[in-house]
Design a protein around this ligand. Structure first.
Ligand code: ARG
Length: 265
């Protein structure tokens, strides 16, 4: 057992002692987020929501993608391996999965928002995104206004759903649990269009030439990795790894691997 994987066990013992000795509801000194603790020793446990290609998707029985590769850099730096849990987006974005220690971090193509920042802590941004519209090829739905009286697919709990609630007046929103179901609904004509992040939609239309992206909405979103509120040790560790990855070319290598068709940034 490495020194690192032995650490959580020792800290747990220290926590028990500290709690026994104080009546305050404040977290004990060893759980104030200043020391890096992992929910399972020897692992960094990631919560994500599949499929969200190319950020996270199951291929040949393993989960791969841009976010997976980034978190693998953190795992490598901590000398542990990454375990990934596929779980509904609602529990991820509400902070619940982090608070109940289901996972150490959430990497799910998740946009940093003020509301979410109240319920979890975000790392530095690692990816830019904007909302976009996808339809079957040959429709004239290039704006939300053009979808008046039509059906717009939205993914539950996402920034796309919020954007549609605010901006797609008179449009019937149809909610889907995940991106896979949302995109299938576009393909089969169950909805007239769907809204989601540009990165995943461009990936989908590249592989499904009967569909197209007809609009981008310039929502100026940035993805962050989520950690439990106050888990500064892990947040700062991830920031350190992200910074190094951007400086040493590994971020660019991972970017090119998952976005081969993207224009050079
Ligand atoms: N970026 C959007 C949001 O944060 C969508 C994320 C959905 N991610 C996923 N893995 N299902 O709301």
């Amino acid at each position: 057992m490495s020194v690192r994987s032995a650490l959580p066990v020792m800290l747990t013992a220290a926590t028990v002692v500290a709690l026994a000795g104080c009546t305050s509801t404040k977290p004990s000194a060893s759980d104030d987020g200043s020391k890096l603790q992992l929910v399972k020793s020897g692992k960094i446990t990631t919560c994500t929501h599949l499929p969200y290609e190319p950020f996270q998707v199951r291929k040949n029985n393993s989960i791969v993608g841009f976010d997976v590769d980034l978190v693998d850099l953190v795992a490598k730096d901590l000398k542990v391996t990454q375990d990934i849990i596929d779980t509904p987006f609602e529990g991820i974005q509400s902070g619940e999965d982090l608070n109940t220690r289901k996972c150490d971090l959430a990497a799910a193509g998740m946009t940093i928002t003020p509301v979410r920042s109240k319920n979890l802590d975000f790392t530095d941004p690692y990816f830019d995104a904007t909302q976009a519209l996808v339809t079957k090829k040959g429709t004239s739905y290039t704006t939300l206004a053009a979808l008046k009286g039509k059906k717009l697919g939205v993914q539950q709990g996402t920034t796309g759903e919020t954007y549609a609630q605010k901006n797609a007046k008179g449009v019937t929103a149809v909610q889907f649990e995940d991106l896979g179901l949302l995109l299938t609904a576009v393909k089969t004509g169950q909805v007239d269009a769907a809204i989601n992040d540009n990165g995943v939609l461009f990936e989908y239309v590249r592989k499904n030439p009967d569909t197209e992206v007809t609009a981008e909405f310039n929502t100026g979103e940035k993805y962050g990795i989520g950690v439990r509120t106050g888990n500064d040790a892990l947040r700062l560790e991830i920031n350190k790894v992200l910074k190094k990855a951007k400086a040493d070319g590994s971020y660019d290598r991972i970017y090119k691997k998952w976005f081969p068709a993207a224009p050079k940034k």
